[in-house]
Structures are given as C-alpha cells and as structure tokens.
Design a protein around this ligand. Structure first.
Ligand code: 48F
Length: 263
C-alpha cells in the first residue's frame, strides 16, 4: 500500500507541457510585460496584477528576485530608508530599526514575501527567458522579442534559432544595471543611455523614484535601470527606492492603460 496515488511518468510530463503551453498561449498578448524579476519588477507586477491587469514578468534566470536575495556585499541583509519600511509592513516582512530613518531586514525573507505577493495577485512568470529586443509598431514599443536563456549561450553556428515575440500594451524595463530594453532602443539610435553615476545614497533613491516612468512611447523604466537610463547616482544595497519605483511604475502604467494619462 503506497502513500501516493498511482500516477504515470506520461501524466507528469503532460501536466507540465499543457500547463506551460496554456500560459504561453494566453500571455503571448498581455497588458503589461515586465522585463526583470528583481525587486522593482516584482513590485510593479504585484501592483498591476492586483488592479486586474494581465501582467507577465520575464526573467532570464531560473529564479526570481534578482539582487534582492543577498542584499549587499555577500551579506544577506537588506536596508530600507524611511518611508519604504511601510512596504515591508504591507508585505508582512519583519525588520529592525537601525537608527532614525534606517531599517534592516533579512533579504531572503523580504525577497520570498515579495515573490509570493506578486504570485498571489496573479502575476505570471516566464523564467529562463531572455528579452533580446523590442517589437516596434509605428514608433511605439508594442512588445518584446524573446529567446530561451540556454539558446542565447550556445555557439552561433549550432543555434540558428529565431526568437519569438510577445505583444504587450506596455513594457516595463526592470532589468537593473543591464538596462537591457532601453539599450535595445539605444542600439537603434532611438535613445541615449548614459549609464549610472557614482554612489550617493542620499540623492539616488529620490532621483530614481522621481525619474520612474515612460521613457519612450510604450516603454517605462523602473528600479536601477532608471539610474542607468538617466545617469543618476547609484545607491548600493539599500532597496527602498526599488520597491517605491516599482509602485510608481505601476501607477503610471495603470493611468496610461485606463486612459487617465494622455500618451
Ligand atoms: O538587478 P535586479 O535586482 O534589478 P532591480 O529590481 O533592483 C536592483 C537591486 O537589486 C540592486 C541595487 C539597488 O538596491 O543596486 O542591484 O532594479 O533585477 C533585474 C533582473 O532582471 C533580469 C536579471 O536576471 C535580474 O533578475 N534581467 C536582466 N536583463 C534581462 C533580464 C533580460 N534581457 N531578459 C530577462 N531578464
């Protein structure tokens, strides 16, 4: 008498393949495609999905969370400056007060809670997937061009494989320091990407949140890609601006999608 119900290998395979294809079919067209599953992308996704927008997060790694798991300096604590600890309260992440205006949390706990919060609101994820380029329709970003991460790492002579496209009403570049999507537009001479400036914590977090928004028709930037795109100072392992930038990007995206903001 076995503990588990009898299930064949073929059933396991079919469950995976059918579930995956159903999602791919449904999300090949979506409201918002967020590139990058770090803190900024996850936060933006959670806020958009909870408002009912069909939201897809594309992440090239086999895990979500980006730089949020470790925090900084190979030490898994993440810091947050006031008022961003309010987001930790909202996500039920425990933290400690370090000094006036500065808080510290266990990065794995904060990261796990944020991933769960995004998934709970209905965000769908496409892991091991690299965004290589954008779709442009009439001068507007209209989606992304993707390939499997392992395919992009194979020698060109054995991988003559075309990527596929996902269409989206809006795309958010939340790719962190890579700023992959704004750089795809730079390669076409449509944007200039100065790269982030030197570290200045006091200035950087406000500047990142202020500059979060639509950088090109159909494309928003959130998180560290904002610093790359506008040449703003870096901040190191303090994460409040990533969470608040994600929230801001979601607010602006929702306004555009509902027509409250003229595009
Ligand atoms: O790097 P990441 O955590 O970006 P973020 O959300 O947060 C930045 C902080 O972690 C930290 C910091 C501030 O405290 O300086 O660095 O802005 O997450 C970005 C995610 O995007 C993925 C990458 O693997 C990472 O998980 N990514 C980058 N380029 C691509 C991509 C791409 N072309 N296609 C798919 N995923």
């Amino acid at each position: 008498m076995s503990l588990f119900k009898p299930v064949g290998e073929k059933d396991v395979t079919r469950a995976i393949v059918r579930g995956f294809l159903r999602q791919l079919d449904e999300y090949a067209e979506n409201d918002v495609t967020i590139v990058g599953g770090g803190p900024a992308g996850l936060m933006a996704g959670r806020e958009l999905a909870r408002q009912g927008f069909k939201t897809l997060v594309i992440e090239r790694m086999n895990y979500l969370g980006g730089g949020f798991w470790i925090g900084g300096y190979l030490m898994n604590k993440a810091t947050f400056r006031e008022p961003s600890q309010e987001v930790l309260d909202e996500l039920q992440v425990p933290y400690e007060k370090v000094s006036d205006g500065l808080y510290v949390a266990d990065a794995p706990h904060a990261c796990a809670r944020l991933i769960a919060a995004a998934a709970d609101e209905g965000v769908k994820f496409s892991n091991m997937t690299v965004v290589e380029d954008v779709i442009l329709h009439n001068g507007r970003v209209a989606g992304v061009v993707v390939n499997w991460m392992p395919v992009t790492k194979l020698p060109r002579e054995i991988t003559c494989l075309d990527p596929v496209g996902f269409q989206a009403k809006l795309v958010i570049d939340a790719t962190g320091h890579d700023a992959s999507i704004v750089k795809a537009l730079e390669r076409r001479g449509l944007l200039r990407v100065p790269g982030m400036g030197a570290m200045w914590v006091e200035r950087s977090e406000d500047a990142v949140v202020e500059h979060t928004g639509e950088i090109f028709p159909g494309l928003l930037v959130a998180g560290m890609s904002v610093a790359e795109a506008y040449g703003l100072p870096r901040m190191g392992p303090t994460f409040g601006a990533m969470l608040l930038s994600g929230k801001r990007a979601a607010e602006i995206a929702a306004e555009i999608l509902t027509g409250a903001r003229l595009v």
